[in-house]
Design a protein around this ligand. Structure first.
Ligand code: DAH
Length: 315
């Protein structure tokens, strides 16, 4: 009997043997029922056998349970030295990153960030910017007109007007936002973004403009030796007007932004006295600047929803 118990390998086998021994019809149960017919010695012997067998069953059960657990542990071994699974981490879209860089720099120069509506009225987008109806300069921008006479903002210059209307002079601000024009190719998207700077005070000159733009570009591109070229140009809201080019990678001149001294008519339209105040404005494509910084040649890549833009590289 003791050998039989030791030879069981599973809990089921052990249970079957236990039932055959101590169950209702078990061999030991029958013997114990007969106890009263035995003499003292035989009774003592039977009691001893009963105790021994019960102990044996218990210890065999513990042994089998233990080996079942050890087998389970062995099959589920964990290697604590394995590298963790890579997790998906996000990062800022390059346009968002570029905007963040631009804002940090301009704010450090004392410019305050402004936004404005993307659906603009004619006054803020054109007329107040010295571009009244039938002014030929309206053709410089292929405008989306809405049925009620409003337009999809073609330029963040509209935000200058809103900031001067609200604040008056002096003012030092930059406006950011989406702008819209009917054009689409590798360097133009119907929706793009502009950033516009404006600084109006009592003693502001073109040199202040060029110094700020120069310092801004140095910091944005993280380059000490940025070379600029200033060309005369035309914008209705500035007089004189200039375009600023930057020497890119040591040889090619790239047009970076339009700028100029704010036209007296624009100041008057915002109830600012041009005899007392003057200042400069500049405007540039935020997407274009980001394309240069990140080495892209097709603006549409920013807008094609490629999830890789948002994935952090490396681990
Ligand atoms: N609004 C102009 C454009 O969209 C850019 C610009 C030029 C803005 C000269 C200015 C400026 O503030 O002074 O082409």
């Amino acid at each position: 009997m003791q050998e039989q118990i030791k030879n069981t390998n599973t809990l089921e086998e052990l249970q079957a043997l236990y039932t055959a021994t101590f169950g209702k019809n078990g061999t030991m149960t029958a013997k114990l029922k007969n106890m009263k017919n035995l003499d003292n010695d035989a009774r003592a012997e039977l009691n001893r056998e009963n105790t021994v067998l019960r102990e044996l069953f218990k210890s065999r059960q513990a042994e089998i349970e233990n080996s079942v657990m050890m087998a389970a542990l062995a099959s589920q071994r964990m290697d604590a030295t394995l590298a963790p699974l890579p997790e998906n981490r996000g990062t800022l879209h390059p346009l968002t990153q570029a905007l963040s860089d631009v804002s940090v720099i301009l704010e450090s120069f004392g410019y305050e960030m402004w936004t404005g509506p993307e659906v603009e009225d004619d006054w803020h987008n054109f007329t107040a910017l010295n571009t009244p109806e039938y002014h030929p300069a309206r053709d410089m921008q292929d405008t989306f007109f809405l049925e009620n006479g409003n337009v999809m903002r073609t330029q963040t210059s509209a935000i200058q007007i809103r900031s001067m209307d609200a604040r008056g002079a002096p003012i030092k601000m930059f406006g950011i936002g989406a702008t819209y024009r009917k054009e689409m190719d590798a360097t133009h998207s119907p929706m793009f973004h502009q950033i516009e700077g404006l600084y109006i005070d009592t003693n502001i000159t073109m040199s202040d403009l060029i110094a700020d733009v120069h310092e801004f570009l140095k910091r944005f591109f993280n380059m000490d030796n940025i070379e600029l070229r200033v060309r005369p140009s035309y914008f209705p809201f500035t007089e004189p007007s200039i375009e600023i080019d930057m020497k890119w990678r040591g040889n090619k001149w790239m047009e970076i932004m339009g700028a100029g001294m704010v036209h007296p008519n624009v100041l008057r339209n915002c109830n600012i006295d041009p005899e007392q105040y003057q200042g400069f404005a500049f405007g540039f494509g935020w997407d274009r600047l980001a394309m240069l910084k990140y080495g892209l040649n097709d603006i549409r890549q920013f807008y094609d929803g490629d999830i890789r833009w948002l994935r952090a590289t490396g681990f």
